[in-house]
Design a protein around this ligand. Structure first.
Ligand code: ATP
Ligand code: MG
Length: 198
C-alpha cells in the first residue's frame, strides 16, 4: 500500500454497482489507500438535463460507500457550487496534501477528456486510469493526439465491465422496474423513500 489515492468523479444520479465495482477494482489493482467519490455540482456537458439535487446524490453515495472503509465521499465540488471542473478539484486536492492522485474514469469519459476545461493540465495533476465500459470501444489514438502529455500518464484497465448506467437506473425507477442487484439496497430504499426518478 502507498499514499496514492483514487478520485472517481461523476454525476452519480444515482450511484450504481458499475461505479462501485470500478472503484474497488482500481483500488486493489493499483494498491490505492482510498478512493474518493466526488459528485459534481454542475456537470459542464450535462447542463441541459436537470439532475437530482446535490444533497440527494451525496446522500445516496454515502449510503453506497458506508460499508467500505476505503471509500470516501467528498463534497468538494458541491461545496464549491457552480460548474464543476475536474482540473480545479485536482488542484484543490493537491493543496490539501494529496500529492499522488489517480483520476479514474470510464472509457466514455476518456474519449471526452480532450474537451474538458484545461484538459492538458489534468494529466500533470493526476495519473489517469481509464477503465473499459461495455458498449464503448477504447480508441486511444485521437485522445493521445489531442493530449500528448497523457502518453506517460495513462493506465488502461479492463475493470469489471458491468453494463450498468445511471440513465438505465433512472429509466427503471421511472417505469417501476426493479433496481435490486444494480445498486446497493440502502440506495434503493433512499430512492423509494424520497420518491426520486418518478
Ligand atoms: P449517466 O448515464 O447519467 O451518464 P453514468 O452511469 O455514466 O451515468 P456517471 O456519473 O456519468 O455515471 O459516471 C461517472 C464516471 O464513472 C465516468 O467516468 C463513467 O465513465 C464511469 N462509469 C459509470 N458507470 C460505469 C460502468 N458501468 N463501467 C465503467 N465505468 C463507469
Ligand atoms: Mg455518464
Amino acid at each position: 500500500m502507498n499514499d496514492r489515492i483514487g478520485v472517481l468523479g461523476g454525476t452519480f444520479d444515482p450511484v450504481h454497482y458499475g461505479h462501485l465495482a470500478v472503484a474497488e477494482d482500481v483500488r486493489v489493482s493499483l494498491g490505492l489507500k482510498q478512493v474518493l467519490f466526488v459528485p459534481t455540482a454542475q456537470q459542464p456537458f450535462k447542463r441541459d438535463r436537470t439532475t437530482t439535487s446535490g444533497a440527494h446524490r451525496l446522500a445516496m453515495l454515502e449510503r453506497a460507500c458506508a460499508n467500505n472503509p476505503r471509500f470516501v465521499v467528498s463534497a468538494i465540488e458541491l461545496d464549491r457550487a457552480g460548474v464543476s471542473y475536474t482540473v480545479t478539484t485536482l488542484e484543490q486536492l493537491r493543496e490539501q496534501g494529496f500529492v499522488d492522485i489517480c483520476f479514474i474514469l470510464g472509457a466514455d469519459a476518456l474519449h471526452d477528456l480532450p474537451k474538458w476545461h484545461r484538459a492538458a493540465d489534468i494529466p500533470e495533476l493526476a495519473h489517469i486510469v481509464a477503465v473499459q465500459r461495455p458498449g464503448e470501444v477504447v480508441v486511444l489514438a485521437p485522445v493521445l493526439q489531442a493530449l500528448p502529455v497523457l502518453r506517460q500518464r495513462l493506465t488502461l484497465l479492463d475493470g469489471p465491465q458491468l453494463a450498468i448506467s445511471s440513465t438505465e437506473l433512472r429509466h427503471r425507477a421511472h417505469t417501476g422496474a426493479s433496481l435490486r442487484y444494480l445498486t446497493p439496497d440502502p440506495v434503493i430504499e433512499y430512492i423509494d423513500r424520497e420518491r426520486l426518478y418518478r
